[in-house]
Design a protein around this ligand. Structure first.
Ligand SMILES: [Zn+2]
Length: 237
């Protein structure tokens, strides 16, 4: 009798262990959690040398305003050296004074997020130089119509016109969008359209600054998935 009982136990015990692990809440693997959005995103904003430090405050305001409307609070962390390991940082947002390599892009690239096997990397780069070039190009091209209305209205922030600062902020908010949505794709309208022009234009509407409905739905489901991350669970306890 002992042999069949031992056999039975040997079969039942592993099953019991499996059942116990099934009963615990479905946790998302830590590796996947790194790239999932949270209700509060901690962004470490790094202004490279040659990027005016006075851009920091207005830039933070524009990005936080955009994402607050989508239900995400931004907590800003002070800048630090690139590559410094820090698990409390969700996104490293680097503003560079250099242009971004555009060899594989048909249009000037204002910013980018790298993807590895479909997973966005937490280092987001936006080029202040490329944004200023873009603003100059828009003014040259559209001189005389509504597009130049805003920059000549006398609004200036710490030596920069509000138009260029907003362009930088929307470009950065858009790149953050690629990260939180885990998508390189673009929408026809709103924050994730490929061209920030309508966002910065004098006649932009609130919808121009918001996510399109499909992307908002993607964000909602990714936030739900992010809420299952073990890091958030332990923080909530
Ligand atoms: Zn984009």
């Amino acid at each position: 009798m002992t042999t069949p009982l031992a056999l039975l136990l040997a079969l039942v015990l592993p099953l019991a262990v499996d059942a116990r692990s099934l009963r615990s809440p479905a946790e998302v693997p830590a590796a996947e959690c790194v790239a999932l959005p949270r209700p509060t995103m901690r962004i470490r904003l790094i202004l490279e040398r040659d990027v005016p430090p006075s851009l920091r405050a207005p830039l933070e305001t524009v990005i936080a305003d955009v994402w607050r409307d989508e239900g995400i609070q931004i907590q800003w962390l002070p800048g630090a050296a690139a590559g410094q390991a820090d698990p409390s940082t969700n996104i490293w947002l680097r503003i560079t004074a250099k242009t971004i390599d555009t060899r594989r892009q048909p249009a000037p690239t204002l910013g980018h997020v790298r993807f590895m096997d479909g997973v966005p990397h937490s280092h987001v780069v936006v080029s202040w130089q490329a944004v200023q070039d873009w603003v100059r190009m828009q003014r040259d091209r559209m001189f005389g119509n509504h597009f130049v209305g805003a920059p000549h209205a006398g609004l200036r922030i710490a030596g920069f016109d509000a138009f260029a600062v907003r362009a930088l902020g929307y470009a950065a908010a858009h790149e953050v969008g690629h990260f939180v949505l885990a998508s390189r794709g673009h929408d026809r309208d709103g924050l994730m359209r490929p061209d920030i022009g309508p966002m910065v234009a004098g006649d932009s509407t609130p919808a121009d600054l918001r996510l399109a409905p499909a992307s908002r739905e993607t964000l909602r489901s990714r936030l739900l998935r992010g809420a299952e991350c073990p890091q958030l669970r332990s923080a909530a306890r």
